[in-house]
Design a binder for this molecule. Structure first.
Ligand code: NAD
Ligand code: UDP
Length: 322
């Protein structure tokens, strides 16, 4: 009886982050594919707190339940374990299509699956958008520019991608998703939006993401050498936004090492095949049309990410025997 009472009390005292009240007319039914991932879970928080009804669809390939667990049980929230490669029949007003592994080790792990997710998955979501008359936002990527020959990259640049290189499954996959969006717009009148996101970091990013920020922070926290590919220049990046500020990878390694107060060495590695040499977003259009520009200063963003990684490492150490 006593454990029963305890369970009852704890389920009543369950707390959610604060949610705005929206009238039925303003409240949207929103689908977020990949909503248990890094960017998607922050978007889930924002839209839930704004008072919308959010359905997260995710197959948990790189995302995890823990990223959205604070919403489970809320009447405006639903989590569906589903692979977007399979058709999905639900009723929604808006779709944020983010389901796609974003980092090279993840998308190269199973290139055919990556291609299926990007092509068939996006086709399914556009088919859904067409059927229900929903607006669809595609989270595309700066990888559509490949190893760019134009610098900085604006929306008019068509890119420079090796169609059969190791990164092609993602780069070409994302390029064709953009083509599909514009075909559905032209032919079917589906309202589409495409955002090309540049390399982004923050809390809830995959710890073994394999890209520069997570690698350097983990290496610095664990006292391992920071692995720098010397020629690369990075563009920097904050939650779902691109920052035109530019730094060398070496500067970046040194900054992270000093923020972590780590004694890690810096180790130089040879370049990876088809690695982009340099990328920097031209954000003039975003600024003019959306009034958007990055707001989180680099060091603040890095410090928050470092804190998140430290907490996660601690959590993993405490739970390794469970
Ligand atoms: P992430 O890996 O954390 O999130 C992707 C999510 O999609 C994960 O939760 C994963 O489990 C899910 N997913 C993958 N394949 C799926 C499938 N077949 N069916 C259902 N769910 C699936 O990555 P992220 O950084 O949050 O990226 C989100 C989106 O933004 C992706 O489309 C990515 O291509 C794009 N993007 C991200 C960045 C970045 O720097 N983070 C840069 C450019 C573009
Ligand atoms: N689709 C889906 N949900 C829907 C409507 C369509 O998953 O609510 C899928 C459907 O299975 C198809 C794809 O989206 O594979 C493209 O649909 P569309 O209607 O654009 O093309 P068609 O079915 O006419 O080939």
């Amino acid at each position: 009886l006593i454990p029963g009472i305890f369970l009852l009390i704890s389920s009543f005292s369950q707390k959610y982050p604060p949610v705005k009240f929206l009238s039925e007319k303003d409240r949207k039914r929103i689908l977020i594919t990949g909503g248990a991932g890094f960017v998607g879970s922050h978007l889930t928080d924002k839209l839930m707190m704004d008072g919308h009804e959010v359905t997260v669809v995710d197959n948990f390939f790189t995302g995890r339940k823990r990223n959205v667990e604070h919403w489970i049980g809320h009447e405006n929230f639903e989590l569906i374990n589903h692979d977007v490669v399979e058709p999905l029949y639900i009723e929604v007003d808006q779709i944020y299509h983010l389901a796609s592994p974003a980092s090279p080790p993840n998308y190269m792990y199973n290139p055919i699956k990556t291609l299926k997710t990007n092509t068939i998955g996006t086709l399914n979501m556009l088919g859904l958008a067409k059927r229900v008359g929903a607006r669809l936002l595609l989270a595309s990527t700066s990888e559509v520019y490949g190893d760019p020959e134009v610098h900085p990259q604006n929306e008019e640049y068509w890119g420079h991608v090796n169609p059969i290189g190791p990164r092609a499954c993602y780069d070409e996959g994302e390029r064709v998703t953009e083509t599909m969006c514009f075909a559905y717009l032209e032919q079917e009148g589906v309202e589409v939006r495409v955002a090309r996101i540049f390399n982004t970091f923050g809390s809830r990013m995959h710890m073994k993401d394999g890209r520069v920020v997570s690698n350097f922070i983990l290496q610095a926290l664990q006292g391992e050498p920071l692995t720098v590919r010397p020629l690369l220049l990075a563009l920097l990046l904050f939650l779902s936004l691109g920052n035109p500020e530019e730094h060398t990878i070496l500067e970046f390694a040194e900054l992270i090492r000093s923020l972590v107060v780590s004694r890690s060495q810096i180790q130089f590695l040879p370049e990876g095949q088809d690695d982009p040499q340099r990328r920097q977003p031209d954000i003039r259009k975003a600024k003019m049309m959306l009034g958007w520009e990055p707001v989180v200063p680099l060091e603040e963003g890095l410090n928050k990410t470092i804190q998140y990684f430290s907490r996660e490492l601690e959590h993993q150490a405490n739970n390794q025997y469970i």
